[in-house]
Write a protein that binds this ligand. Structure first.
Ligand code: GLN
Length: 282
């Protein structure tokens, strides 16, 4: 019997469920859409359609990758973030829905007036690019220590039409940056070193550890950022960082020790405080 859309999807879902892969139904459909170049509507409307052999083969190959816990975004090389499409490679953290809370908090606090922003540890560029796209009056610098990550951010800046307002800078934290910023944003590595190997396979085998590893207690990045932020923050400037679950009081203490006060926070969809905003204590 030839493989129809319905039979391929059913078999793929069954295998994914048996392998305990999250999101089996949605993932199977997304991979079929991508392999066939067909829309969701087509797939729903024509379950008895037989796909070309090459398409079937590509789909089965992609399902095999998913069965070994490679995330769909990495198989496809693209991830949706805040309504825009971002290219992802093994060099960058896969942008998370949780991080959209950081973007929302910044957008709520800053209308479309000229602001100079810096994104420390930009990875795919998802945060910086989304902010620049949502706020045409903003301009900014996307910083990463990894040249390969910056290359991905560059592609994403071009694809999302903000490259004219975004410069790329390779460096560690603030090193080599000049001038003052109105908004410093970062989703830094914050997983305690000893917990990395215990993370899900989707994460530990596919996200770059450089983007996850927050040192022995997970707070290394916040110490580095808090120590130097004052030098780079303009008058009335704001620092907005993503944090790990349960890190709020530690991160608030770190910033407080460097003269900053918490002015806002935001929870993620799971109910964990995920984003903190700081200003200079007056
Ligand atoms: N949110 C990511 C995770 O839970 C970690 C990202 C980070 O360390 N900044 O896997």
């Amino acid at each position: 019997m030839p493989d129809t859309i319905a039979s391929l999807l059913a078999a793929a879902r069954k295998a994914l469920i048996a392998a305990d892969v999250d999101g089996s139904a949605l993932d199977a459909r997304l991979l079929l859409q991508a392999a066939s170049g067909r829309s969701h509507e087509d797939i729903v409307a024509f379950p008895e359609m037989v796909l070309e052999a090459a398409v079937t083969q590509k789909f089965l190959n992609d399902i095999k990758r998913r069965l070994s816990h490679e995330p769909v975004s990495r198989i496809l090389g693209v991830r949706e973030f805040y309504g825009r499409s971002f290219h992802v490679t093994p060099a960058v953290l896969d942008p998370r829905a949780d991080t959209e809370a950081l973007v929302e908090l910044v957008l709520e606090r800053h209308g479309n007036i000229a602001r100079r922003i810096v994104d420390i540890g930009t990875g795919s560029g998802a945060i910086a690019i989304t902010l620049l796209a949502e706020r045409p009056a903003f301009e900014g610098v996307a910083v990463d220590v990894s040249a390969a990550a910056l290359q991905v951010a560059k592609v994403n800046g071009l694809a999302n039409g903000v490259s004219g307002r975004m410069s790329l800078h390779q460096g560690s934290w603030f090193s080599g940056l000049g001038g003052a910023f109105d908004i410093i944003v970062s989703n830094p590595p914050y997983i305690p070193h000893g917990e990395i190997l215990g993370l899900e396979v989707d994460v530990k085998d596919h996200d770059p550890h450089l983007a996850l590893d927050g040192g022995a207690d997970g707070l290394f990045a916040y110490r580095a950022i808090a120590a130097d932020a004052g030098q780079f923050l303009g008058n009335n400037g704001e620092i907005v960082v993503e944090i790990g679950a349960g890190q709020k009081s530690d991160v608030v203490s770190i910033f407080k020790a460097h003269g900053f006060v918490l002015v806002a926070d935001r929870k993620d969809l799971g109910g964990h405080v995920r984003v903190l905003a700081f200003e200079r204590a007056s």
